[in-house]
Design a protein around this ligand. Structure first.
Ligand SMILES: Cc1cc2nc3c(=O)[nH]c(=O)nc-3n(C[C@H](O)[C@H](O)[C@H](O)COP(=O)(O)OP(=O)(O)OC[C@H]3O[C@@H](n4cnc5c(N)ncnc54)[C@H](O)[C@@H]3O)c2cc1C
Length: 546
């Protein structure tokens, strides 16, 4: 239903909703294969000059315009996330999606992550395995100019197009502790170019990656995929907020109804609709797309749209050493990572595991900020004046952070629904998150944070301080439209096609069956390639049969 009498836009072969990580991949691959692609993105292009990352006040930007929490940032493209949740989903909305602000840690899932029901008796197995993704992990790493060292015993077959970034003094110090304990670690793999590669320049190691890379060295679909897609004829419409997936009389997707930045409605028709709006945005859009045929939301006959939300509960351990660590130095990015405790062990009181990674500690603001967080109860004199200077002296340049990233098992009560009252700037319902961190995740975090402290002490730390669970999470939004072979217990099939709507696909992180402990984007991008390559193959077959 179009409210304003606008004529429909010219039909496309494929309309993609969302120009983030998965949308960028789908657009580039499909355009390259000759599909007529239109992508609708509610946000805008970011201007590299706007990032502030090279400015002296860069660390302040984190708290304002470039805050990773959309509820604080409040760009026109953002929609609010409300609700009573232990962790609130956060995201960036614009061309490149979360990749504008991501830390670019590039981490593949482990083979066991696809088989947790078989191996550990929990959750479900994926309908696909690691080998189904292997060639696409490889291709995605090349497209994203990933820098890393091959030979990690956890992934012996992986190779990367660029040499690894230096792990620096902080990586060396953290690794020393792991070596003393005999635990696995490996130099960090990051989608940051260590040398000029494809469209990316070489990293200048500012360490301000999360507020946008001023050098264009951090991979982001806006740089890595969109230039080629646009040159190949894709049409990317920004400021276009999709409010509904329209259906035809047969119950097939007809296209997407969107609101442009002037408030006018349009229908973009297409033969195929691909949802790439992330684990929150795609579930939201399906729940908004109600009709007599789908009163509970589109593609929701299983009742699982929005459910099984997984977010990688996260804690950090700040480690202060006496030695000089140049701890402001980038990338940020992971220096090293460890998968020592990423899988189930019989002696643990929890199943599955966590990934540990070392990040830099940032500039003077971050140094003092962390100190203040750790000593909140110290009173005015304990936080300011001489004590403030002491904290800056001991922490700045001498610290690094162990990130503790827990695998989050899916639970149906953890979910995204539509907020009945709060809306975005177009009057569309906000997302409401209902989410509790499970006992399994809490134990996993306690255990792994204690291991990070142990490793820090083995390295010679003079101070460690463990954070509580980050309430705004780390922007990993997974599981809300899970894939599976059984239409009663999944939203999309193994090819990410909606069980209920044959020409509707979902390719973002919502399709994850379980979360593993790896940062998800490598898998999101590899899986998108797997899905769209099959669409391309199917069309080739159809054409050759004519
Ligand atoms: C600060 C930060 C750090 C991160 N660090 C890492 C990391 O180190 N490693 C890692 O693997 N991952 C990291 N992530 C997560 C990573 O960014 C996401 O996993 C990834 O971007 C998800 O890809 P996606 O395609 O599912 O969705 P997104 O990239 O979020 O893209 C979705 C797009 O859809 C658009 N959209 C949504 N709804 C609509 C609508 N109704 N109409 C039109 N457009 C719409 C949005 O505006 C957005 O641009 C980080 C994220 C953040 C924010």
């Amino acid at each position: 239903m179009l409210g304003t009498g606008q004529p429909p836009d010219r039909p496309a072969d494929v309309v993609i909703i969302g120009a983030g990580a998965s949308g960028s991949v789908a657009a580039a691959a499909l355009t390259g294969a000759g599909f007529r692609v239109v992508c609708l993105e509610q946000g805008e292009w970011s201007d590299t000059a706007d990032y502030m990352s090279a400015e002296p006040e860069a660390e302040l930007a984190w708290h304002e315009k470039w805050n990773p929490n959309q509820n604080i940032r409040r760009n026109p493209a953002d929609y609010p996330v409300t609700g009573d949740a232990d962790i609130h989903p956060t995201m960036y909305n614009g061309v490149g999606g979360g990749l504008v602000q991501w830390a670019a840690m590039w981490q593949n899932l482990l083979p066991s992550d696809f088989r947790v029901r078989t191996l550990d008796g929990v959750a479900d197995d994926w309908p696909i395995g690691w080998n189904d993704l292997a060639p696409f992990y490889d291709r995605a790493a090349r497209d994203m100019s990933v820098s890393g060292l091959s030979g990690d015993p956890a992934f012996p077959e992986l190779a990367y197009p660029n040499p690894p970034m230096p792990i620096g003094r902080s990586g060396m110090a953290a690794a020393r502790g792991m070596d003393r304990l005999g635990w696995h670690w490996w130099p960090g793999v990051n989608a940051i170019a260590s040398r000029p590669h494809n469209n990316l320049n070489a990293c200048q190691r500012r360490g301000t990656c999360i507020i946008g890379c001023p050098e264009n060295a951090k991979a982001n679909g806006a740089l890595t995929h969109w230039p080629g897609a646009l040159e190949g004829g894709a049409r990317l419409i920004t400021g276009a907020r999709v409010r509904e997936i329209a259906l035809d009389r047969q119950g097939r997707a007809r296209g997407a109804v969107y609101i442009d930045r002037n408030g006018a409605e349009h229908l973009q028709e297409a033969g195929v609709v691909i949802l790439a709006a992330n684990g929150a945005g795609s579930a939201r859009l399906l729940l908004m797309s109600t009709s007599p045929q789908f009163p509970d939301g589109l593609a929701n006959s299983s009742g699982l749209v929005g459910r099984r939300l997984m977010q990688h509960p996260y804690r950090t351990v700040m480690v202060v050493m006496e030695e000089e660590l140049d701890s402001w130095e980038g990338p940020w990015g992971q220096r090293i990572y460890s998968l020592e405790f990423a899988e189930t062990r019989p002696e643990h009181d929890f199943v599955r595991g966590a990934k540990l990674h070392v990040c830099p500690h940032g500039g003077p603001m971050f140094a003092v900020y962390d100190h203040h967080n750790a000593h909140r109860d110290a009173g005015f004199d304990g936080l300011w004046g001489a004590e403030f200077h002491r904290a800056a002296d001991t922490v700045f340049g001498h610290a690094f952070t162990w990130g503790v990233q827990a695998e989050d098992l899916p639970e149906e009560s953890n979910r995204i629904i539509l907020d009945p009252e709060v809306t975005d700037s177009d009057g569309l319902p906000a997302v409401r998150a209902e989410y509790r961190v499970s006992e399994n995740s809490r134990r996993m975090l306690d255990f792994n944070a204690a291991r990070a402290v142990e490793a820090a002490e083995a390295a010679g730390a003079v101070e460690t301080s463990v954070s509580s669970i980050w309430p705004t999470g780390i922007s990993h939004i997974l599981g809300t439209t899970r894939m599976g072979d059984d239409s009663s217990s999944s939203v999309v099939d193994r090819w990410c096609r909606a069980h209920d709507v044959p020409n509707l696909y979902i390719v973002d992180g919502g399709v994850f069956v379980t979360a593993g402990s790896a940062n998800p984007t490598a898998t999101i991008m590899a899986n998108t390639l797997r899905v769209v390559e099959r669409m391309i193959e199917q069309r080739r077959h159809q054409e050759s049969a004519v």
